[in-house]
Design a protein around this ligand. Structure first.
Ligand code: ZN
Length: 309
């Protein structure tokens, strides 16, 4: 077995992936406060919002206000998700407020069509232009591939197709490619085989794993990726977020659960787990319901603590 990476980068995606999936729109001031808590917890990367059409995702219609309201912090890279050229144009009006963009498409034709009403080929052609504009603006670029490990409509998604799309994204200027287990279908053996192949084919590209805990296998999948040398992950504080298919599905793997596991294994993240848990507690108060993360419920591991029972 390979030695585990000694350091791991985590991109917190809750403010985008999480907030956009809440049935009620969260007040802008609450978003700003929660993001400021996250960016001061030691996280080096935070995905702030998405420049999608407000009529499509009203939960994120305050993208400009949020980007303007949050505090910039040295050493913390802010990213925004942009669906297309139009979204990038909106984002570029606030160019000095963020560092990176993420573009996205799905590796499943059916899922991509349901999501953005385009074929995979049409999506790639559009994103190539968007990525070029972003490069000219000096932005770092990540391409995210949804349903990389399985599709709720099509079932198995061939590895070769996913990696082919990743190669196209890399050729179009993505420095980083994120692989999303959008509806939590991945298993650890599959993830291990996936990243072993991805590392061979995508030399020089930062590979990022984005797992959902839909079926409780999020952390096992993180470990399987880690064992293949993956040292970049996306996760969501409080286990917020997730895809509405299947209905009632839980969200992204929780950032505090990932951080806790990594720290217990001696892998550094730079994150202050206590500060991160405070952010999740604050999100619980804002949303008025308990969130799904394990560390939030149980508290961080305390090796020196005295159990009362
Ligand atoms: Zn997600």
């Amino acid at each position: 077995m390979n030695p585990l990476p000694s350091n791991v980068r985590i991109r917190e995606v809750g403010p985008r992936d999480g907030f956009q999936n809440e049935p009620e729109t969260i007040a802008t001031a609450d978003k700003v406060r929660l993001i400021d808590m996250l960016s001061s917890s030691g996280l080096k990367r935070v995905e702030i919002t998405s420049f999608v059409r407000p009529d499509v995702i009203p939960q994120l219609s305050d993208a400009e206000e949020v980007l303007t309201g949050i505090q910039r912090r040295d050493g913390v890279a802010f990213s925004v998700l942009v669906p297309n050229e139009r979204g990038l144009e909106r984002a570029l009006a606030l160019r000095d407020r963020f560092d990176e963009i993420s573009v996205f498409l799905s590796a499943s034709e059916t899922h991509n069509r349901k999501n953005v009403n385009r074929s995979i080929g049409e999506s790639l052609a559009g994103l190539e232009q968007t990525l070029e504009t972003a490069r000219e603006a000096g932005l770092r670029r990540e391409g995210v591939i949804a349903t990389s490990f399985g599709c709720p409509y099509e079932g198995e998604v061939p590895l070769d197709r996913v990696l082919g799309i990743a190669e196209r994204l890399a050729a179009a200027g993505c420095e980083e490619v994120g692989f999303g287990d959008t509806t939590g279908m991945a298993n650890p053996r599959q993830v291990g085989e996936f990243f072993a192949a991805a590392r061979e084919r995508l030399d020089g590209v930062e590979l990022t794993a984005h797992f959902h805990n839909t079926r409780g296998q999020g952390l096992a999948n993180v470990l399987a990726a880690l064992e293949q040398g993956v040292d970049s992950f996306e996760s969501s504080f409080g286990e917020l977020g997730g895809c509405p298919v299947p209905p009632g599905a839980t969200g992204n793997v929780a950032t505090e659960d990932v951080v806790s596991m990594l720290h217990e294994m001696g892998v550094e993240t730079g994150v202050d787990l206590g500060a991160l848990v405070e952010a999740s507690r604050a999100a619980q108060r804002v949303l008025g319901r308990p969130l799904g993360s394990h560390v939030l419920r149980a508290g961080p591991v305390d090796w020196h603590g005295v159990q009362s029972e």
